[in-house]
Design a protein around this ligand. Sequence first.
Ligand SMILES: [Mn+2]
Length: 432
Amino acid sequence: MIIITTHKGSDFDALASLVAASLLYPGSKPVLPTSINENLKTFLSIHKDLFDLYSPKDIIVEDVKTLVVVDTHSWNRIEGMESLKDKKDLEIIIWDHHTNGDIETQQKNIKETGAAITLLVKELEKQKIMITPIQATLFLMGLYEDTGNLTFPSTSSEDAYAAGFLLERKADLHILSTFLRQAYGKKQKNILFEMIQKARRLEVSGFTISIVKMDIKGRVQNLAMVLQMYREIVNVDAAFGIFQDIEQKKCMVIGRSSIDEINIGLLMRSLGGGGHPAAGSALLKAANPDTIKQILLELISGNQHSSIMLSDIMSYPVATVSDDTTMEEAAMILRDMGCTGLPVVDSENHVTGMISRRDHRKIRKSKHMQAPVKAFMSRDIKTISHDRSAIEAAKLMIKHDIGRIPVMQDNKIVGIITRSDAMMYFYDLLPD
Ligand SMILES: [Mn+2]
């Protein structure tokens, strides 16, 4: 007997993956856990007869030869399968988009897509297995729910491709929106309630904003929608939620704005995420919520003088070369220092250019190695004053796509800030 199962607290992605897998493994029994999400319950109360689903108690575990697990691969997330854990000769097959899990097998189909159903849809397409419009609708529901309608940063091109494929297979968007709209459940209500209790409004550069730090456990769907409600209730120009998952050591930052002056997409890109002007998010690993709050405040205020100055995080002393250094010498220094570029300074320590490994590729004749660096260096140099903030340095790096910026004081170079220095700051790796 082949059984297929998925995680407890099943959502649309879990059910969709379960049904899709039952098409891939003919004769298999799809087992839905007893604890399922509210909106899935509503959907099943109407559609149950369409899917031949089993409950964990229907299964005689001794008869199971093959166990297919979808949308998870953790033993403690599946229901009623404890005795299979030590069963000999049990074949296990996994289809999952989560990276963590303790179910071991050779047959792992794991990829970090936005939804697990994406992986199964891809396989159905490959094996040319037909799907009905109602199956396509369910699959698209799972896909949309897990990717926030393809807007979550975790969304991959494969998710979007699968969505296109399902629409072609006549997925019904009317049915889909009827059931997905109810995704605002108890968990979300509790989070919103707690956020409102903690609510503070701040005046920053003439805008009213609110930033809430919250601890959450595991994945919470539809946080973006919760934040939208929060912004409307506390009535601010822009609202931000910093949701810290302590166990997973991750921070999800979500922003919503109602004014053009605060562009959430741009702010989130500075944090490594993305979005559009009105809404966006970023997922940060091992970041401190207080640091993130500070960064958000600085980004919004365009603060010219932040509490942490560049001089605190820049690298110094800086290796420099004079403009009459030969290309050969510069190449040796670059190699010895293990860096990609060096500032070029004149006799008064003013930066006149930058010489990089890339500039050395311009050399066509060997005699050019004896030429001075000033013949090859780039002269359009961005510098930054020592009393500016790390945010401003990061903005310059992003805007001009440069990896190192000389830090200046009284027109003299006092340090250099590199991408890794900036990352140290963003990810809170600064020594105390
Ligand atoms: Mn999923």
